[in-house]
Design a protein. Structure first.
Length: 100
């Protein structure tokens, strides 16, 4: 974990997220915590990561999601050199059977 990220406040935020019971509670919480654009950006990055794991091209991803090549590249870097957070969630949700 990035030491710059670790703090009491971030840990409290993560604990709050983990306390949510369902999608409706997530909508309620994240609408309060994030701007609409922040939330849409997070959702876009998640979709970009999924499409990258599905071996879609940058052009296909950009056309479908509207993400910039810089965003796609950053997500790709996280997938290849990050902490496997995306893949862990994909596996748990059954979104992708394995790294493709």
């Amino acid at each position: 974990m990035n030491d710059k990220l670790k703090s009491k406040e971030v840990e409290q935020l993560f604990e709050a997220i983990l306390s949510l019971n369902d999608v409706k509670e997530c909508y309620d919480f994240f609408e309060d915590v994030c701007t609409i654009n922040e939330l849409l950006s997070l959702a876009q990055r998640f979709e970009v990561a999924k499409m990258l794991r599905e071996q879609k091209t940058y052009l296909e991803i950009a056309e479908k999601t509207g993400a910039s090549t810089a965003t796609i590249s950053r997500v790709n870097r996280s997938l290849n050199y990050g902490n496997d957070g995306y893949d862990r969630v994909f596996e748990r949700l059954g979104i992708l059977s394995d790294k493709q």
